[in-house]
Design a protein around this ligand. Structure first.
Ligand code: ADP
Ligand code: MG
Length: 208
């Protein structure tokens, strides 16, 4: 369970808080949609949930672990995978396997376990038969998702993952995410402008 209680965060150079007194609860296996106009604090909320940002006031806990305690941050970031809108900004490698292995390598896993995780993650996003060059926008997003899945997260936060995709690619990626959620019990937190996607969620959070 992810719990925010009275969370306020202000960026260092800003006067106004980007998010102010937010309280919410996200239960395991739920599909949550987060909506709201540009600048309403959706991406800030996403970064607060996975411990990239820490609240100035209030508290964020992931399965009981508070992001205010530095010793919890590695575990929180392992449990909560965060996907950014633009896949190119988060791809580190030109090689698909290497990209997916990067996270597990940083966890210090042995090479056999890393190999298994890479294979499993590729299967989970149906990319076993990828061409290792010229990935489309949708394939790049799938590759980013595979890299997150290789960390075996309990939660995936997807920050406008469809914004670079055509409508067809958007539909495919959403149905892939819903399948992953169903088969692997992963909680989905989807930031989207698309009402058609959001109405499929268990809970819609509207940022203002
Ligand atoms: P959204 O994702 O809903 O568009 P954001 O969380 O990106 O909203 O932004 C919320 C507010 O915080 C906006 O006023 C934005 O200008 C500000 N903001 C976002 N990122 C930064 C940053 N890195 N530094 C300073 N202000 C920021
Ligand atoms: Mg945003």
């Amino acid at each position: 369970m992810i719990r925010l209680s009275d969370v306020t965060y202000t960026y260092p150079q800003s006067k106004e808080p980007a998010v102010k007194k937010i309280s919410l609860t996200i239960r395991k296996k739920e599909f949550i949609a987060i909506m709201g106009r540009n600048g309403s604090g959706k991406s800030t909320l996403a970064r607060l949930i996975n411990g990239l940002l820490m609240p100035d006031l209030g508290e964020v806990t992931v399965d009981g672990l508070s992001s205010l305690k530095p010793e919890n941050l590695v575990e929180i970031r392992k449990r909560v995978g965060l996907l950014f809108p633009d896949p190119d900004s988060q791809l580190l490698s030109n090689l698909v396997e290497e990209e997916i292995a990067f996270g597990p390598e940083n966890l210090g896993l042995n090479p056999i376990e890393i190999g298994k995780r890479v294979d499993t993650a590729l299967k989970m996003v149906s990319m076993e038969d990828y061409a290792p060059y010229l990935l489309s926008g949708g394939q790049k997003q799938k590759l980013c998702i595979a890299s997150l899945l290789a960390m075996q997260p309990a939660y995936l936060v997807l920050d406008e993952p469809f914004s670079m995709l055509e409508p067809r690619g958007r539909k495919d990626l959403l149905s892939l995410l819903l399948t992953i959620r169903r088969d692997f019990n992963i909680t989905l937190i989807l930031i989207t402008h698309n009402l058609e996607d959001a109405i499929q969620a268990d809970q819609i959070i509207m940022m203002n």
